[in-house]
Design a protein around this ligand. Sequence first.
Ligand SMILES: Nc1ncnc2c1ncn2[C@@H]1O[C@H](COP(=O)(O)OP(=O)(O)OP(=O)(O)O)[C@@H](O)[C@H]1O
Ligand SMILES: [Mg+2]
Length: 160
Amino acid sequence: MAAPQIALTFKHVGIVFSSEDSAPVIALADATCRFAPGRVTAIIGPSGCGKSTLLQIARGFLQPTRGTLEFVDEAGSKTARPAMSTVWQAFNLFPWLTVIENVTFGLELRGVPRKEREGRARQAIAAVDLTGFERKYPRQLSGGMRQRVGIWSTTIILAG
Ligand SMILES: Nc1ncnc2c1ncn2[C@@H]1O[C@H](COP(=O)(O)OP(=O)(O)OP(=O)(O)O)[C@@H](O)[C@H]1O
Ligand SMILES: [Mg+2]
């Protein structure tokens, strides 16, 4: 059976993540776009600009703070969200530890004193452009940010 030909339109979709310990994050400000059926569409933009958030909204895993989504069938009628599947980005972090705790974990195991491991971790975090995100948990980062933390949680800094 052929897959249904359903278009997805985003109309002024935005989402703000609020948390108790930090300022609200506008992950998506005002997205208006159409995904035509039967087409391959790429969403391109810098790390952290909101690509994965947009996909999570498309799937219905996140509710937008503003704007609407419309699924439209071949006859031009609005329809329910169709069956969808997603391949997500992979990463390699302990979800219950913050960025800096993930980076210092291996050093701690090796008995490196707290001050030294924190200093080395801060340098490593700066080297991947994540200064300011030390106390965030992996779930609060974009996929690319997680992968950048993952570079340090598994490699060089732990060996030194
Ligand atoms: N659950 C969350 N709570 C708070 N902030 C979040 C959450 N998820 C994402 N963010 C923030 O929203 C912004 C967009 O994240 P998103 O994952 O959509 O980026 P992306 O474009 O997919 O980036 P990448 O190319 O690195 O995967 C980032 O600034 C990120 O820190
Ligand atoms: Mg992403």
